[in-house]
Design a protein around this ligand. Structure first.
Ligand SMILES: C[S@@+](CC[C@H](N)C(=O)[O-])C[C@H]1O[C@@H](n2cnc3c(N)ncnc32)[C@H](O)[C@@H]1O
Length: 291
């Protein structure tokens, strides 16, 4: 059962428990009972049930906060249409948290710089790199990677409606206001040198003019065309994702997972980044032994 339904079921069960307590409580405590105390008991009940069914700790917080949010919404007489609007917005942004257990959180700039470093270090300088971000959020990585001259194609797939729409709007803005997206050569070679001119020309020949964000489910999207696939998902999909990766990605290509290693598979390299959240990137180069 998806965790969200279990969480809601426990909220309902706690309400039933609360009703039972209110029925027997007059034997010891004189009614009426204030809303504050009722919500407090409801939170305690739901927290106990959440712990008993062994939901992850972050659910504990959600479960305790939910009755208080209902309480404050009633106290402050929040228009139900506003609550419904906020709920719909949350669903449209975090759609995949409910279906795939992958919420939306974004890679930071330090991580993107590490992806750039990977292109420079792990791929032949003369070979164009095709990059894919599976579950691309607001498209930040896709647009960033597209700026690297060596990256000939930079794509993302995203199914949550609002992140997808935001990426498409960003894509439109970038195209309209900067013309062709910036060619910010990562000057490995001296600018203007004959070697760099050759290289720039080679990159230009292979280059596809714009980054692409596709409204496609990552599970149905083929990975065979990509040299570099990046994922920042959650622990949940990693075993199944690895099966897809080794089945579809060519030998020699790279799969990188931000924060979530593939269980039971030794990464080719582990990069510890020096950002505030101490991001770890797990790098896997697809080898015949993986097949
Ligand atoms: C943690 S975010 C990472 C966003 C972006 N890759 C980044 O690093 O900034 C994961 C994204 O994957 C998307 N996602 C989850 N399951 C997906 C699926 N089956 N198909 C496409 N996108 C998915 C979510 O909607 C979310 O935007």
């Amino acid at each position: 059962m998806p965790k969200i339904f279990l969480a809601l079921f426990l909220q309902m069960l706690s309400l039933v428990g609360l009703a039972g307590l209110v029925m027997v409580a007059p034997q010891w405590i004189e009614p009426p009972y204030s809303a504050f105390w009722l919500v407090l008991v409801h939170s305690a009940l739901v927290l106990s049930l959440t712990i008993v069914v062994r939901m992850n700790r972050w659910w504990w917080l959600i479960q305790v906060l939910l009755p208080w949010m209902w309480y404050w919404a009633l106290m402050l007489k929040v228009d139900p249409w506003i609550s419904l609007g906020v709920f719909i917005l949350v669903v449209l942004v975090f759609a995949n948290a409910f279906s795939n257990r992958v919420p939306l959180y974004l890679s930071n700039h330090v991580t993107r710089k590490a992806l750039k470093k990977m292109v420079a270090e792990k791929f032949d300088l003369y070979r164009p790199v095709r990059f894919l971000d599976i579950g691309s959020g607001f498209g930040g990585n896709v647009f960033y990677m597209h700026q690297l001259p060596q990256v000939s194609e930079s794509h993302g797939v995203e199914t949550a409606p609002i992140p997808y729409l935001v990426s498409r709007v960003r894509q439109w803005f970038l195209k309209t206001f900067t013309g062709r997206l910036k060619l910010d050569a990562n000057a490995a070679l001296t600018k203007g040198s004959p070697e760099q001119d050759d290289l720039t020309q080679a990159y230009e020949e292979n280059r596809v003019s714009s980054p692409k964000i596709l409204a496609r489910d990552l599970w149905k999207y083929p990975l065979i065309e990509y040299d570099f696939v990046y994922a920042f998902l959650s622990t949940e999909p990693m075993p199944r994702l690895w099966e897809k990766v080794v089945e579809e990605m060519p030998v020699g290509s790279w799969f990188v997972s931000n924060s979530f290693p593939v269980p039971g598979v030794e990464p080719t390299e582990i990069w510890q980044l020096s950002d505030r959240r101490e991001t770890i990137l797990y790098l896997y180069q697809i080898a015949p032994s993986h097949l």
